[in-house]
Design a protein. Structure first.
Length: 448
């Protein structure tokens, strides 16, 4: 059985920025909710752009997903399911940031669509709200879902051996990390540098945006003159509290966040949406602190080589990384939350480690080396150890129980959804255009 949301996730992934150039008409209805021809054609166009194979049943599959979505929306009206504006705005901002990264920045996004980001948000806010309502409604339907060990075993045993997925080699890594200390003197140096920039802006009349391009250490905004567009709730509170207290055109005093020292200028505000420019200066550790940290981790390395200390004891004694110090130094994949890494994921997240551990065996550890921690956004020195490495194999209950458990949950989820859909179709008003009545739907949308 195909998963309902497999196609639906594709739809919402592209619909936000689909451009409708079609003479529209209603091709189906579920209650008060319409399915438009443009909805169907947009998915076809975007699937082509994404180089997704369009089979002969593609239109029918998309139609069924849109009917299902509207059935959820209809039930959400009955159940009074609502989504707060703050959640809609946060989702909108996250989606725009992803598209920005794909297109090379906010300016290119606006140039491509011929609209400001604020206009894009206004146009698609209802689309995002509907998507979130659909997700919330589906969560309600499957809220009590759980699977037993017997169900997991039965699901696995019903899969033909040749259909079991091939699992590539995965690796489990540990580290001992020392971040050189940022002293008060280091912070003072950064603050003095930013004060000099602020004086040039206020006293000498230099352009805030030009100074941001020249001096800001925020890689995401410096090239754009420090300009950022956001919605309340998207930035850390220490930053947002200052920006939202400014008048348009006003430049702030120096303030501190977890990322360093900032000055900000509010350019425009429209309700909870705002555009600002900021300059970030990040305090850096001194050469003396780097030498001290290097000596300490070298001591740990030598003791490990001479077997004078166990790995676990070395982590507790030497590491100052709060994310790994108290879990034996295990490095968790920040995207999946798993402790085992697929090699392709490791290559994307931390190419330095990927290259480092290529020839290492289980239990081997590296010499100390400088690195940049993407989670903490700062430089450190670390020793990396290969804790475990799996071999390529067919999925099985012993090695891949968690994955099979998830697959069982997905299967059971679809059974619950199918049962719910079948029941709700009976009492809903549904109309489908004659051109789609020949579709071989999974559910009986067309009543006999």
């Amino acid at each position: 059985m195909k998963f309902y949301l497999s196609v639906f996730c594709l739809l919402i992934g592209f619909t936000l920025f689909g451009q409708r150039k079609i003479i529209d008409k209603v091709i189906a209805q579920v209650g008060d909710y319409d399915v438009l021809l443009s909805d169907l054609e947009t998915q076809k166009q975007q699937a082509k752009l994404a180089e997704i194979t369009i089979g002969e049943n593609f239109e029918c599959e998309v139609m069924e997903e849109l009917l299902y979505q509207n059935l959820l929306l209809l039930q959400a009206d009955i159940d009074s399911v609502t989504i707060p504006d703050s959640q809609v705005d946060a989702e909108m901002e996250n989606r725009i940031r992803v598209i920005e990264q794909q297109m090379g920045g906010r300016q290119k996004l606006e140039e491509f669509y011929g609209k400001t980001v604020s206009q894009i948000k206004n146009e698609f806010r209802d689309v995002i709200r509907r998507r979130l309502i659909v997700e919330e409604m589906e969560r309600k339907i499957t809220n009590d879902l759980h699977v037993t060990p017997d169900e997991i075993k039965a699901y696995y045993q019903n899969i033909p051996f040749d259909s079991l997925p091939l699992i590539s080699s995965e690796i489990k890594l540990q580290q001992i990390t020392i971040f050189p200390e940022i002293t008060n003197e280091d912070k003072l140096i950064a603050r003095r540098k930013l004060q000099s920039i602020l004086d040039d802006i206020r006293i000498n009349g230099k352009s805030f945006e030009t100074q941001a391009k020249l001096h800001s250490e925020d890689p995401g905004s410096a090239s754009r003159g420090g300009i950022m567009e956001a919605t309340v709730g998207m930035m850390v509170p220490a930053f947002e509290n200052v920006v939202m207290s400014l008048e348009e055109g006003q430049v702030s005093e120096i303030f501190e966040t977890e990322f360093g020292y900032h000055i900000a200028k509010l350019l425009k505000r429209n309700g909870n949406d705002y555009i600002c420019s900021h300059i970030l200066i990040i305090p850096t550790f001194s050469r003396e602190q780097l030498i001290s940290s290097n000596n300490l981790i070298e001591e740990a390395y030598q003791k490990l080589k001479r077997n004078e200390i166990t790995w676990d004891d070395a982590v507790l004694k030497y590491s100052n990384d709060e994310n790994t110090k108290f879990n034996r130094g295990i490095i968790t994949n920040p995207y999946s939350g798993d402790q085992y890494w697929k090699m392709e994921d490791l290559n994307q997240v931390d190419q330095q480690v990927f290259l480092l551990i290529d020839k290492m065996q289980i239990g081997d550890f590296s010499a100390p080396a400088l690195y940049f921690d993407i989670t903490e956004r700062k430089q450190g020195i670390r020793i990396v150890r290969v804790m475990d490495r799996t071999k390529p194999h067919r999925a099985n209950l012993e090695d891949d129980y968690g994955m099979i458990q998830d697959a069982t949950k997905n299967w059971k989820k679809q059974e619950i959804i199918k049962k719910w859909t079948t029941n709700k179709i009976k009492s809903a008003y549904i109309r489908i255009d004659d051109n789609y009545k020949s579709c071989d739907f999974m559910n009986e949308w067309i009543k006999k």
